[in-house]
Write a protein that binds this ligand. Structure first.
Ligand code: FUB
Length: 324
């Protein structure tokens, strides 16, 4: 289905939106793309982001989008190497916690935490990354009982193929096309929100026959996890990376397993696809990005929003991304 969409920040390149409603207002936490001159490769070196902005609004499709400015930057993070990719923010007991992936000085992606008293930041980084953290794309989900979980992980440039059972392995290893796909990860956060409360678990996505999606399946997990709840069901959504879809799978608890359901967004203009799904003032929205304004430059992406709809059975109605 083709639907009316809005570019949210027409004067700058912003990507990878995480979106939450705090104190009745909608806050957007994107990555900040820029022309760094680093050549494009499968490792994602061209995504050489160095700071984050926060945006907020009280009217998604028509209202003013307030830019709260730079809220965290690479040079303020004590363990910094390079590349601030997709972040997310969670709230607990009067504080806002930003979770962000960045390569350390050994060029290994870790997840960091930065703290603020306000949803719009600025965020003060902790001296070290979270213990036992690895890979990219943290997305925080708060369940109805107050427990908070981080979904994370991404293959290729996201480095997930370098880990097994949460330990680094000597040789990176991607499964063959007929083997189960590499799963994303989910982990409960400790009560103080600063560390994992347990070992991260694999997020398994099954087909309708109960078999794990294979590495050769065009709808398998690649990166950009997001979790939301609709009518009591857990909806895991994610990007399929090199096949350029946003897909979803449903389950009955935050750990899964999840059963594959379908495509949310068909390919956009641009290589990556990334998103957040949020309810605000009684409507559901898909926030994502594409490269139309930069004429297809993969590393210069623009934030977009479109209304999301479900049918009477709770299936998400597929949106036309306008690419390919
Ligand atoms: O922005 C860098 C990476 O591109 C993100 O971490 C991925 O999800 C993809 O959007």
């Amino acid at each position: 289905m083709k639907k009316e969409a809005r570019y949210l920040v027409p004067n700058d390149y912003m990507a990878d939106p995480s979106v939450h409603v705090f104190n009745g207002r909608l806050y957007i936490y994107p990555s900040h793309d820029w022309e760094s001159g680093v050549p494009e490769n499968d490792n994602g070196d061209h995504f050489n982001m160095k700071d984050y902005h926060v945006f907020s609004t009280d009217d998604v499709m028509n209202g003013e989008i307030v830019d709260h400015g730079v809220v965290l930057k690479v040079e303020d993070i004590p363990w910094a190497g390079r590349q601030l990719w997709d972040c997310d923010v969670a709230y607990k007991d009067g504080k806002y916690y930003m979770y962000f992936p960045m390569k350390d000085r050994n060029d290994i992606f870790r997840l960091g935490v930065a703290i603020s008293d306000k949803p719009e930041g600025p965020f003060i980084p902790q001296p070290d990354p979270m213990w036992g953290s690895y890979s990219i794309d943290p997305a925080v989900f708060k369940d109805d009982d107050g427990s908070q979980y981080i979904y994370f992980g991404g293959i290729w440039g996201g480095q997930l193929q370098r880990y097994r059972d949460n330990k680094a392995i000597e040789q990176p290893c991607l499964p063959a096309n007929d083997e189960p796909a590499l799963p994303g990860r989910v982990v409960k956060l400790r009560d103080d929100m600063m560390q994992f409360a347990e070992e991260p678990r694999a997020v398994i996505i099954l087909d309708k026959e109960g078999k794990p999606l294979t590495a050769g399946d065009p709808h398998r997990f690649f990166e950009a996890s997001w979790m939301h709840k609709y009518n009591g069901k857990y909806y895991l959504s994610y990007s399929t990376g090199d096949t350029h879809f946003l897909c979803y799978a449903t389950g009955d608890n935050p750990y899964g397993p999840f059963t594959y359901q379908g495509v949310i967004l068909t390919p956009v203009v641009g290589w990556t696809t990334h998103h957040a799904i949020v309810e605000f003032k009684g409507k559901w929205y898909l926030f994502h990005h594409d490269c139309v304004p930069s004429n297809g430059k993969t590393w210069l992406r623009s934030l977009k929003v479109v209304e999301l709809e479900y049918d009477s059975e709770g299936n998400i109605i597929t949106i036309d991304g306008g690419g390919e």
